[in-house]
Design a protein around this ligand. Structure first.
Ligand code: THG
Length: 367
């Protein structure tokens, strides 16, 4: 196997040593950092997330901090979702689009104060985008990457574990809301959040020298619930219909095509980047949509490294953007980004590595 060469460009996470101690076996890169992708037993890691509780190093979800008198104006220009009612302590899932309405990132926006926001970003250099927009619009705002590194605690038992560490107040947190606190002198923001549909929390560590401490506190607290290491779980997120922006989207995907219409507000100010294009796209009607695909066959297929063409009646109607063996459905499943006329129930064929695999479209989520 290959290894990732050490480089100051590929930064380790504050949890790196802790994940090595936990037996990490593979990494991917994301936001110029290494992110664990497995600990050697994918099926056990999957069921732990579905039935128990799992601890993830997601420090790669970097924060872009907007600070200053124009921070809130800039946040609203970047995000095509009405932030008027967003209050301090609240998070919102937002779409960042470019001027053509193409989706370029889907961060969680956290409001820390009237003049301070974090964009908790997916994999792209949004800091340059935010700085360019702020400079062109002559805004008074400072844009930095603060020392903040999320750890996720996910699964049906996550709430008990996080409550045992921080107190029962965490049980009252609403989705994406957060509170700044500390544990044994380690500053953290505790949010109800995370990239799974199994429930859970994210602990935004605000001191990168304390990663191992925080990891160990959560691991020890989780023992009664048999906590174990995991990572953003490809199988669970596909079963749950969670979109991976950058993986399930391409250079021309708009938010309506990938089920994000409910996070877009068209009646916000004309100074929101991409809003005119989003209105035009809405008026014209979307051309593609995201839908589930279940393939025939009872053998797990290898994970694809590129999109696979989808054919209906011998004609290409779009692409399969991901594919994974579903432990709950006992089939290979994935998302199709396909023409709007192609609908649930349609029989299709996917061209994978030169072979034809038959399948059928169905509604998302799978589970
Ligand atoms: N945690 C943090 N930052 C992140 C992610 C994360 N940044 C990048 C990426 N993940 C952002 N993507 C998502 C996508 C979806 C959800 C969370 C993060 C999510 N969506 C629910 C849904 O779509 O059904 C709920 C959305 C809602 O109702 O508002 O949970 O994981 N820190």
């Amino acid at each position: 196997m290959f290894t990732i060469s050490p480089s100051v460009r590929v930064r380790p996470s504050p949890y790196f040593e802790a994940t090595v101690a936990a037996g990490v076996k593979s990494f991917t890169t994301y936001n110029h950092m290494m992110m664990p992708t497995g600990y050697g037993d994918p099926e056990a890691e999957y069921w732990r997330l579905i039935n128990g509780v799992s601890q993830w190093d997601v420090a790669v979800e970097r924060q872009v901090q907007l600070l200053g008198p124009d921070a809130s104006r800039l946040a609203q220009m970047l995000a095509a979702r009405d932030l008027e009612k967003c209050v301090t302590g609240q998070g919102r899932y937002v779409a960042l689009c470019d001027h053509s309405g193409t989706l370029i990132n889907d961060p969680i926006l956290l409001k820390l104060a009237d003049d301070r926001f974090w964009l908790s970003i997916a994999d792209a250099d949004i800091i340059f985008w935010a700085r360019a927009i702020a400079a062109e619009r002559r805004l008074n705002v400072s844009i930095t990457e603060p020392d903040v590194s999320p750890m996720a605690v996910q699964g049906p038992m996550a709430e008990d574990v996080v409550a045992s560490v921080f107190g029962d107040w965490v049980r009252e947190l609403k989705y994406f809301w957060f509170r700044e606190t500390s544990i044994k002198g380690i500053p953290v923001a505790v949010a109800r959040s995370g990239w799974s549909k199994q429930g859970g929390f994210e602990l935004y560590l605000m001191d990168g020298t304390r990663g191992t401490n925080l990891w160990d506190i959560v691991r020890e607290a989780g023992r009664p619930w048999d906590i174990g290491p995991g990572n953003p779980n490809h199988c669970e997120r596909i079963e749950s219909g969670l979109v991976n922006v950058g993986g399930d989207t391409d250079d021309s995907t708009n938010p309506f095509e990938v089920g994000m219409a409910r996070f877009i507000d068209l009646n916000i100010g004309d100074d929101v980047i991409g809003i005119e294009a989003l209105r035009r796209i809405t008026a014209a009607g979307p051309r593609r949509h995201l839908i589930g695909i279940v393939l025939e066959g009872k053998q797990p297929l290898p994970l694809p490294s590129q999109w696979s063409p989808v054919l209906r009646d011998g004609k290409r109607v779009g692409d399969m953007t991901n594919c994974v063996w579903s432990y709950r459905l006992n089939a290979n499943i994935g998302f199709g980004l396909v023409s709007i006329e192609t609908v649930a129930g349609d029989e299709i064929v996917v061209l994978k590595e030169g072979t034809h695999v038959a399948g059928r479209l169905r509604e998302l989520p799978f589970c």
